[in-house]
Write a protein that binds this ligand. Structure first.
Ligand code: SF4
Ligand code: ZN
Length: 337
């Protein structure tokens, strides 16, 4: 990707030196552009109280540009604040793709001197993602409806394993490289699927129940394209190629829709993001009211609901068996099929 403009003579909006980066809303020099990205990350960390110096942060990385930018900036913050920082990569087993990403992640962690842990689907579930997809397709051929896209299967196990390993590592926070585009997409997807409750779980710095390591999203104010430019300008090791399953995802379609709309109506993505943040604050207020009502009920002997535990693995769940255990049973357990 070449981001330098050929427009010699165009000035940086901030410092008036020669502009080298052309964004839809401004022309900037490399220095001003990079400090703008860094400022946005610090703003997110500050605004949502994401990090305390006593924290042990485990950064979920993928070998892609977003988590590379996140880890690079967390490392810089660590040097100033003194919290503990390690990285965690989940290897789903996607042939020809994840192994390349893994190499980039290993290189980045080596350069940044951050300890990297790797967890594989194969070891944890008995199957790679590729093998699970084959099994799903076999079931589909036999007219068994699974309603499971590759990204749904992948997402469930990735989330499950990130949390499991982060707990083992005694992390106080799990950092996720979701950028502004990801957040806007997820928000729209939740609306389209009428999954309003999920929006709460998507908050930028959330305090989940005791079984979940609280997740933070330091890149929430940085658009995807700017992450890519920043990663290139800083020469960070990252894999540019997209996951081969991305094209079969609902997210891919929402992403295209948002990108096309943004081209016509500049600023739309940030509007979606801001709507999500405003709603998040409303949720928080409602929760505070509900919590105080629960306290009153508890005083009167009416206890609030305890979170349910999965009967198989003991993780928190809203159903009897958690989603990961349900999929494992369907796609990972050996059978004559
Ligand atoms: Fe997993 Fe889908 Fe992301 Fe590929 S695109 S890594 S399958 S969630
Ligand atoms: Zn379970």
């Amino acid at each position: 990707m070449q981001e330098r403009t050929n427009n010699a003579g165009v000035k940086c909006l901030k410092c008036k030196r020669e502009a080298e980066i052309k964004l839809s809303y401004a022309d900037l020099c490399v220095n001003c552009f990079c400090s703008q990205v860094e400022k946005r990350i610090r703003k997110a960390v500050r605004e949502f109280n994401m990090i305390d110096k006593k924290d042990k942060i485990v950064a979920g990385i993928s070998g892609g540009k977003d988590s590379a930018v996140m880890l690079f900036n967390l490392k810089r913050l660590q040097d100033r604040m003194g919290f503990k920082l390690e990285a965690l990569l989940i290897d789903e087993g996607i042939a020809g793709y994840r192994s390349e990403c893994k190499k980039k992640a290993q290189k980045l962690c080596k350069e940044l001197k951050v300890k990297l842990h790797i967890v594989t689907f194969k070891k944890e579930t008995g199957k790679t993602l590729d093998e699970m997809i084959k099994k799903r397709d076999k079931l589909t051929d036999k007219k068994v409806k699974t309603n499971l896209g590759a990204c749904s299967i992948c997402g469930v196990f990735r989330k499950y394993l990130l949390n499991k390993k982060a707990k083992e590592l005694k992390a106080t926070k799990l950092a996720i490289g979701h950028n502004a585009d990801d957040v806007a997409q997820t928000f729209l997807m939740n609306i389209m699927r009428s999954e309003v409750k999920r929006m709460k779980r998507f908050s930028p710095a959330m305090d989940e129940t005791t079984d979940f390591v609280p997740r933070i999203k330091p890149l929430i104010f940085v658009p995807e394209r700017e992450n890519a430019i920043y990663a290139m300008q800083k020469n960070l090791a990252f894999e540019l190629r997209e996951c081969p399953y991305a094209k079969e995802s609902f997210r891919g379609e929402v992403k295209n829709f948002l990108n096309q709309t943004e081209q016509k109506y500049s600023g739309i993505k940030f509007n979606v993001l801001n709507s999500y943040l405003k709603l998040g604050r409303e949720f928080e207020n409602c929760e505070k009211i509900m919590a105080s009502n629960n306290e009153n009920s508890a005083e009167k002997g009416l206890k609030g609901k305890e979170p349910k535990k999965c009967i198989e693995c003991g993780e928190n769940t809203s159903t009897e068996k958690c989603k990961a255990c349900q999929i494992r049973e369907l796609l990972c357990v050996k059978s004559s099929n």
